[in-house]
Design a protein around this ligand. Structure first.
Ligand SMILES: [Zn+2]
Length: 176
């Protein structure tokens, strides 16, 4: 059975970005991650780098994925910018196999109607230090007033989680 590690960004002492309405990125990331976990565990062996609001180091996150010999690593984040009008979704990868996973997940997220900010190569520690195809998803901008409201909607977060899961199924379905 394929092994997938889901990484809800931030947590505990690190709230991540905080929206103008007070929504904390760490909470949104965790809700999405639990939804992804619930669905993917029907078909895969799935682990989370944190299941609660707790502080987890970046080193511990990649170490878990490497120790589990994961086939995929998916880090879930929300974006923020000083420009309050910045919006949309973007997906980061580090390796060529990560790029393929990023393409599938990103296409599904754009399918939700989010502005397409593109698939980008990134140097995030969790991408550099994991030994399997890995992506970091910046779902939407918590610093954008309307997207912060979306990120507070269970309906929207369920759609986001489903998009990430569909991207995983696309990835494995089309793997050569
Ligand atoms: Zn983040």
């Amino acid at each position: 059975m394929k092994v997938i590690v889901i990484d809800p960004g931030h947590g505990g002492r690190d709230p991540g970005a905080v929206g103008p309405g007070g929504t904390k990125e760490k909470d949104v990331n965790l809700v999405i991650a639990h939804l992804v976990h619930t669905r993917l565990q029907q078909d895969y062996s799935v682990f989370m780098t944190r299941k609660n609001d707790e502080t987890v180091t970046l080193t511990a996150r990649s170490a878990l994925a490497n120790a589990k010999k994961a086939d995929l690593f998916i880090s879930i984040h929300c974006n923020a910018a000083t420009n309050p009008l910045a919006n949309g979704t973007e997906t980061y990868y580090a390796s060529p196999t990560g790029a393929k996973l990023a393409k599938h997940i990103h296409e599904r997220l754009v399918g939700l109607g989010l502005k397409d900010r593109g698939i980008k190569q990134g140097t995030y520690a969790v991408l550099r230090n994991t030994r399997m195809p890995a992506v970091l998803v910046e779902v939407a901008f918590i610093s954008h007033a309307a997207e912060e409201i979306q990120l507070g909607s269970t309906r929207f977060l369920t759609d986001v989680a489903d998009a990430i899961c569909e991207g995983v199924y696309d990835y494995f379905g089309k793997e050569e």
